[in-house]
Design a protein around this ligand. Structure first.
Ligand SMILES: Nc1ncnc2c1ncn2[C@@H]1O[C@H](COP(=O)(O)OP(=O)(O)OP(=O)(O)O)[C@@H](O)[C@H]1O
Length: 278
């Protein structure tokens, strides 16, 4: 499959925040996790990509094309979800769906019915009658029902219960297997370990890591000790009930009394954010 999304030099400047020179390509058919602390710039990036906020600089190409003259076509090939459906709160879901479906030439009623059932959504309810998690599920149902080649999802799993989250990750894996490219932001790093091929890690408005999850994790280990800190480069030293720990390079030479463990995404992030590591 050819290029799906390519971002170069994306900048967005707010009075107190700068999104600086964001650059990445998504691998077609891959699931990419977008991670970073609260306020790191994930939502601003996702909204800038779609022109919901106007970027100050940068070139964004979807399917090899920029928005100029192609915005409607491009948007019809993308599914975007940022929170639940909070509009038309008094209208029944089926009325909202009918309006939405008209916008998408590739609307797939069969897929829509299938997701509606999988998420146990009642079309005769209004968004005002849905829980927050159900609003997200309905937003996802709409985004998943028009054969989108690219899904851009801002914290799609955060309001969902563990069973629904697991089900959604399974849906992502199925879609990716059939060629859909997915970028989703999340704070639930264990969801990424279950589903993501790649990550983009953003910190203070800059991309600090991007690439395959496995390659990223393989670069680090966690060193644990009690008492005096070992010699060598220790990133983000912290203490817990059982002693101290730090992130170290995979080839760290551990002396006596130091235990080395594999690092998961959450642990790497926690130490990196402490360290101020770039
Ligand atoms: N409309 C706006 N005007 C001014 N500043 C804004 C605006 N929108 C966002 N910001 C600022 O941009 C920064 C990044 O916010 P953003 O929502 O992109 O972060 P995030 O990584 O998605 O965070 P979270 O994980 O909490 O959702 C924050 O400091 C925020 O205050």
């Amino acid at each position: 499959m050819s290029e799906v999304l390519s971002v170069q030099g994306l900048c967005k400047y707010y009075e107190k925040f700068r999104l600086e020179n964001i650059a990445f390509d998504l691998r077609p058919g891959a699931i990419t996790g977008f991670i970073g602390r609260n306020g790191a710039g994930k939502t601003t990036t996702l909204k800038s990509l779609l022109n919901f906020v106007h970027p100050d600089a940068g070139e964004i190409r979807f399917f090899g094309k920029t928005f100029g003259g192609n915005e409607t076509e491009i948007k019809s090939r993308i599914g975007f979800v940022s929170g639940g459906v909070h509009y038309y709160t008094m209208k029944k879901l089926k009325a909202i769906t009918a309006v939405t479906a008209r916008f998408y030439p590739a609307w797939d009623e069969g897929a829509y019915r299938n997701y509606l059932e999988r998420f146990s959504l009642d079309e005769n309810k209004t968004p005002g009658e849905l829980s927050e998690g159900m609003k997200v599920k309905y937003a996802l149902t709409l985004a998943l029902s028009h054969g989108a080649e690219l899904l851009l999802l801002d914290e799609p799993t955060s309001g969902l219960d563990p069973v629904s989250r697991d089900e959604l990750l399974e849906i992502f894996l199925d879609l990716a297997e059939r060629g859909t490219t997915i970028l989703f932001s999340t704070h639930i790093t264990s969801d990424l370990e279950k589903s993501a091929d790649d990550i983009i890690y953003i910190k203070g408005g800059r991309v600090v890591e991007r690439g395959a999850v496995g390659d990223f994790l393989a670069r680090y280990r966690v060193a644990r000790w009690t008492g005096e800190a070992p010699a060598g480069a220790l990133m983000g030293v912290k203490r817990d009930k059982t002693g101290s720990s730090a992130l170290v390079a995979a080839d760290f030479a551990a002396g006596e009394g130091v235990i080395l463990e594999d690092a998961d995404l959450e642990t790497v992030m926690v130490h990196m954010e402490r360290e101020g590591a770039q």
